[in-house]
Design a protein around this ligand. Structure first.
Ligand SMILES: [Zn+2]
Length: 176
């Protein structure tokens, strides 16, 4: 799943951040360019990651090249990367949970927005993947679903009530 999460950061979050930076720089009227030594392309400065150790505050290699570099490394060393990540997760379990909990709470709306964009973009692929997973793990999935329904009975009822209400309003042509 690492590829998906990576794409998710790359495509939606990075693009959004970059666009915001671009707009800000345009407003200020100072667009600075830099040549990436890896791909040899002259790019705007926001296409390089911030790096305080560098004199101009940016890495020498551009974001896109860094991503390609990382993906190449990832696919060449997939087992190692996954193992290292797992080891790190196991070693930092408590810390990570607290950190992510805080982060999730502080950025709830932002994360929901990104997840929605990502879902919309990858809807077909996600549905296909889920169906494939379901067909391969039917029994486990059905069991899990049953437990989930039991645990969320009240929420489901409330959701259905809201849904019915919305449908009803739509029929009447009332806009909320
Ligand atoms: Zn480059």
């Amino acid at each position: 799943m690492v590829k998906e999460s990576f794409e998710y950061v790359d495509i939606t979050l990075l693009k959004e951040l970059e666009q915001r930076l671009e707009e800000r720089e345009e407003k200020v009227g100072k667009i600075v360019f830099k040549v990436c030594p890896r791909c040899g392309v002259r790019k705007q400065i926001y296409q390089f990651t911030t790096d305080r150790r560098n004199t101009n505050g940016r890495t020498s290699v551009c974001k896109k090249c860094k991503i390609i570099e990382y993906l190449k490394y990832y696919y060449a060393n997939r087992e190692d990367v996954l193992l290292t990540n797992k080891r790190y997760r196991d070693d930092h379990k408590g810390q990570r949970t607290i950190y992510f909990k805080d982060y999730k709470e502080d950025h709830k709306e932002h994360l929901q927005k990104i997840a929605a964009i990502w879902y919309k973009k990858n809807k077909v692929a996600i549905k296909k993947r889920n169906l494939k997973y379901y067909n391969a793990n039917k029994e486990v999935c059905d069991k899990r679903r049953k437990i989930w329904i039991e645990n969320n009975e009240e929420n489901i009822k409330e959701y259905n009530r809201q849904y019915k209400r919305k449908q009803c309003m739509k029929k009447k042509g009332v806009k909320r």
